[in-house]
Ligand binder design. Structure first.
Ligand code: ATP
Ligand code: MG
Length: 416
């Protein structure tokens, strides 16, 4: 085991040392150990310990009770937080959210045994080096996701682990070990008991991973049929190819990846899927708009581009350009034919957008050289004012040179 020396951040070393000096055990555990061995940068450093939460709180000056009933205390060092969790034996996850009861344990091995996959069940500290009780290293080398212990039992305890298996396989480019895979296929219906919030976390991590095309595994195992039937049908149809190609070419944001996945659905069907996932409104609205506008063609002239900026807003319009680029790349990938004309059109639109932005052309009522007050002085009242401003705006969008107060006042009489 000497082979594995993990370079832990100084703060983590200090935390472990302080816990040890108080007479307890402590190890870095789970994702951070896995990622270090793979040469990836860990998201965060979790620590597992034989000390009870109260004992951890006695060792450190600044702590937060993150999930004290489950044994987790966050220790703050500067502005960084580290989750420190007491060795646990988990009971069944009855509400599919938290284990029914947690039992603290004095043994590291117990704590590793409750973890989902062998590659996530390794611990490390400087005193003992790597602790790998379940052949995690072997599975990292074989590039497989395998449950700790009996796969059927582990998925019955917590069905979310089936989604996690697919998620880790997509993040790491790993296969799901055969027995673990067949347990997922068998137990897929039980995913429907898991809360959508938890499902969504795993799904979005899959979509944003290096291998978003592995979403097909949610379809192939039957998981999607029981948690997102509409997406299950989509990925079981001839549109799967397009969805997968879109995902591989889409920008790395949830909005873009969800829009890529759902692009062949009707906008309202896409909205229903995103709503059922309990996503935030920003993600839902923007992804639906990308799907809904994906067939819109903007003409290749500056007034049309200004009109589009006015209509969609800069943020969405730039996303629409990227979505169009994704569609083009996906089509090219599937057919093997370069779409020069469509790419050229997009390049021209983007260049026009840049020019318009650089010049600061008028694209909204507040950019007009005339205000509601000016129109009131001119004698207009109430709703007339808004309507007139709007008409003037569209004239100026057509012809920016007219954006001058005297010219606009002179135009009012000629509006219909
Ligand atoms: P990430 O890089 O996405 O944070 P991670 O491996 O740290 O990956 P987390 O979801 O943060 O994953 O969980 C931390 C650790 O807790 C896991 O490595 C695993 O050991 C354990 N774990 C998390 N969720 C479960 C679960 N549902 N069942 C069993 N063990 C779990
Ligand atoms: Mg983590």
């Amino acid at each position: 085991m000497e082979k594995y020396v993990i370079e832990m951040p100084q703060e983590v070393k200090d935390i472990i040392r302080q816990i040890e000096q108080s007479g307890f055990e402590a190890y870095a555990v789970g994702g951070c150990v896995r990622d270090c061995i793979l040469g990836r940068v860990p998201q965060d450093w979790d620590i597992t310990t034989s000390a009870l939460p109260e004992q951890i709180k006695a060792v450190f000056r600044r702590t937060i009770d993150t999930g004290i009933q489950h044994g987790t205390v966050t220790v703050m060092i500067g502005k960084n937080g580290y989750e420190i969790t007491t060795y646990r034996i988990d009971g069944e996850y009855k509400d599919c959210r938290h284990p029914e009861q947690v039992e603290f344990s004095a043994s590291l091995k117990d704590d590793l045994k409750r973890r989902d996959f062998t590659i996530n069940a390794m611990a490390y500290n400087e005193r003992d080096g790597l602790v790998d009780e379940f052949e995690g290293i072997e599975d990292l080398e074989k590039k497989v996701i395998r449950c700790v212990g009996d796969a059927r039992e582990r998925f019955t305890e917590d069905a979310l682990r089936m989604m996690r298996a697919v998620r880790f396989s997509a993040q790491l480019g790993f296969e799901i070990e055969k027995n673990t895979y067949s347990a997922i296929s068998e137990l897929a219906p039980s995913i429907s008991h898991v809360s959508m919030e938890r499902v969504q976390v795993e799904l979005v991590k899959t979509l944003l991973s290096e291998h978003p095309e592995y979403v097909m595994r949610y379809q192939e195992t039957g998981l999607f049929s029981h948690v997102l039937p509409e997406v299950g049908r989509l990925l079981g149809s001839k549109y799967a190819k397009s969805a997968v190609a879109m995902l591989k070419n889409a920008g790395k944001t949830p909005v873009q990846r969800y829009a890529a996945l759902l692009n062949t659905l009707e906008p309202e069907a896409a909205r229903a899927v995103l709503k059922s996932l309990k996503l935030d409104n920003y993600t839902i609205e923007h992804a639906v708009k990308l799907v809904a506008n994906s067939k819109i063609v903007i003409e290749e002239n500056e007034p049309a581009v200004r009109e589009a900026i006015h209509r969609y807003g800069r943020e969405l319009l730039l996303m629409m350009f990227e979505h169009e680029e994704t569609i083009i790349a996906a089509k090219e990938e599937i057919t093997g034919i370069k779409l020069y004309g469509r790419r050229k059109h997009l390049t021209v639109l983007r260049a026009m957008y840049e020019e318009i932005t650089k010049r600061g052309d008028c694209i909204s009522v507040k950019d007009l050289d005339i205000t509601g007050n000016d129109l009131m002085e001119y004698g207009l009242k109430g709703p007339q004012i808004g309507r007139t401003l709007d008409k003037l705006l569209h004239i100026v969008i057509e012809n920016p040179r007219l954006n001058d107060k005297a010219t606009l006042i002179a135009l009012i009489e000629h509006l219909d």
